[in-house]
Ligand binder design. Structure first.
Ligand SMILES: *[C@@H]1O[C@H](CO)[C@@H](O)[C@H](O)[C@H]1NC(C)=O
Ligand SMILES: *[C@@H]1O[C@H](CO)[C@@H](O)[C@H](O)[C@H]1NC(C)=O
Length: 127
């Protein structure tokens, strides 16, 4: 028991030394889930309620940071579009959002921020 603890502590110190002070706390539970919807086949209709989903099969027990869903256009955060969702449970694997009233296009994507940011495939939004 004590040996196990000591080994874990040593590993922690080694990680911390490599990662540096800024990332020390996050290093322990960084998780970048795979976004499973929307994908390139997805078409969102403005005003509809839709699901953003991601794979939770490798989710850590503890996720320390708040979650949010951002809309991107041409690979950059869409201007004047508030977060589609925030402060939901990342371990649920989905969150319902309302498709915002944006210019129809095929170059949208969403970014899911948990402990780390990650972005899904490009998809279309239509009127
Ligand atoms: C996430 O997607 C990548 C690329 O498709 C794949 O290599 C990886 O195994 C996936 N991870 C999980 C947990 O499904
Ligand atoms: C989103 O997914 C949840 C869980 O599968 C389901 O209960 C809900 O009806 C879905 N919402 C939409 C808008 O599809």
């Amino acid at each position: 028991m004590q040996l196990k603890y000591a080994t874990g502590f040593l590993a922690f110190c080694t990680l911390s030394a490599v990662a540096g002070p800024l990332t020390k706390r996050r290093e322990l539970d960084v998780w970048v889930p795979n976004i499973t919807s929307p994908t390139s086949d997805t078409v969102w209709h403005i005003g509809d309620r839709v699901n953003v989903t991601w794979d939770t099969s490798d989710a850590p027990v503890q996720i320390s940071n708040g979650a949010s869903v951002l809309l991107n256009v041409h690979g950059r955060p869409a201007e004047d579009v508030p977060k589609l969702a925030q402060d939901f449970d990342l371990r649920a694997g989905f969150v319902e959002v309302t498709v915002p009233d944006v210019s129809p296009g095929t170059d949208y994507s969403i970014t899911l921020f948990g402990d780390s940011g990650n972005t899904g495939e490009n998809f279309a939004i239509v009127a």
